[in-house]
Ligand binder design. Structure first.
Ligand SMILES: [Fe+2]
Length: 384
């Protein structure tokens, strides 16, 4: 740890923009930490990605700036050593946190300690750290590290207000930001009526284990007999959903838009094994991007890119999609689906080849390639 700390500190002290290099306020702040920034279209496994030591925060960390985030959203990985509690941090923006590995707890309070509460979490928990609260993260285990994935709009905020001290440890408190009696802040999530294609949403600030979450509804628009749950954080401009689809099947490729530019959702694979194929909608000659995935892979389809997900494993696949702020909501734009009959032949060939490598075969009913109105069997059909 000491060597890593030294290397990071030395990078921080050495870094300055090259002559003539224009660096925005957020990137300047990031570069000054000396921490790695993971770029490209995906991170193969955020549970094992290389991190650097962040002396100020007393943890290992890396930033994630995938192409689809548009440099408007921050992804960040935090690793907490065994048994360690990190220094308290007051952050002015809402932050969604997903637990990649390990067990621990978050203590949250306002002002000098008002409304203090503690949330215990474990692998696959999803929680919301509300803006202007102080939070403190603890690894409750003595032998295992904790890894967390954070998602917030700091790059966007610092583009408008470049001074980091406005965003960190700013004493401002928004009165009544979350009326606790109404939202049962950090109490058990509850079901609320949904919107448009999603009939039911779950409202709350903490979802304990998404790997076993079973409150799902049919997702009929994308085929594969898949199901979905929408997570809504009360009083917060973020939401997320989780999609689950059966073994040895794949969902229809689709894209979002037309509409104004939006950073795409950050997708995190909770369980399962497969790949995603994505490409820009306006460049037929562009090389298709193939992302192999399993638990711990993250990726971010860029704005208006087609994307399709393929489950080549023997278990249902689960992924969560954490959406950028609602100003960029995908629900404001139309979803354009590619019917199975219209897809390029190599897409199905690749799917079948990946299955064959594992001694498996496709469970896609042949009729889906000829009948656009094919009626899938759903999990709840099987149960009833
Ligand atoms: Fe999508």
């Amino acid at each position: 740890m000491a060597e890593a700390a030294k290397a990071t500190e030395s990078a921080r002290l050495k870094w300055k923009p090259a002559p003539g290099e224009r660096v925005g306020p957020y990137e300047y702040w990031v570069r000054q930490t000396g921490l790695p920034v993971l770029r490209g279209h995906y991170v193969a496994d955020v549970r094992t990605a290389e991190l650097g030591w962040w002396a100020e925060r007393e943890c290992s960390a890396a930033f994630v700036d995938l192409q689809g985030q548009g440099s408007l959203m921050e992804g960040r990985i935090t690793e907490i050593p065994p048994g360690v509690t990190l220094p308290p941090l007051k952050f002015g923006l809402d932050e969604v946190v997903y637990v990649l590995k390990g067990r621990g707890f978050t203590t949250l309070w306002r002002g000098d300690g008002e409304g203090k509460r503690t949330i215990e979490w474990g692998p696959h928990s999803l929680m919301l750290l509300p803006r202007n609260y102080t939070h403190q993260l603890t690894n409750a285990q003595g032998s295992e590290t904790v890894r967390l994935l954070h998602y917030n709009a700091l790059p966007m905020a610092m583009a408008a207000v470049p001074d980091p001290s406005v965003h960190f440890d700013n004493p401002y408190l928004q009165p009544g930001m979350i009326p606790e009696e109404e939202t049962e802040f950090f109490a058990a999530a509850k079901m609320v009526p949904g919107r448009r294609r999603i009939s039911v949403m779950w409202s709350g600030n903490f979802f304990p284990d998404l790997a076993v979450w079973d409150q799902l509804r049919r997702s009929e628009s994308r085929g594969a007999g898949g199901s979905i749950v929408q997570f809504y954080f009360p009083g917060i401009p973020f939401n997320a959903h989780m999609s689950v689809f059966p073994k040895q099947t794949y969902k229809k490729t689709h894209r979002h838009g037309p509409g104004p530019f939006r950073p795409g959702a950050l997708l995190v694979v909770v369980s399962g094994e497969g790949h995603t194929i994505m490409w820009p909608h306006d460049d037929e000659d562009a090389e298709k991007v193939v992302i192999p995935w399993h638990e711990g892979t993250i990726f971010n389809p860029p704005d208006k890119w087609f994307h399709g997900h393929y489950n080549v494993g023997v278990e249902p696949a689960r992924y969560i999609a954490i959406q950028p702020p609602q100003h960029f909501s995908e629900h404001k734009s139309i979803s354009i689906d590619v019917e199975y009959a219209d897809e390029e032949s190599w897409i199905r060939e690749k799917f079948e080849a990946e299955l064959a490598k594992r001694g498996l075969t496709s469970l896609m009913p042949p009729e889906v390639y000829t009948d656009p109105d094919y009626q899938w069997t759903y999990r709840d059909d099987e149960e009833s």
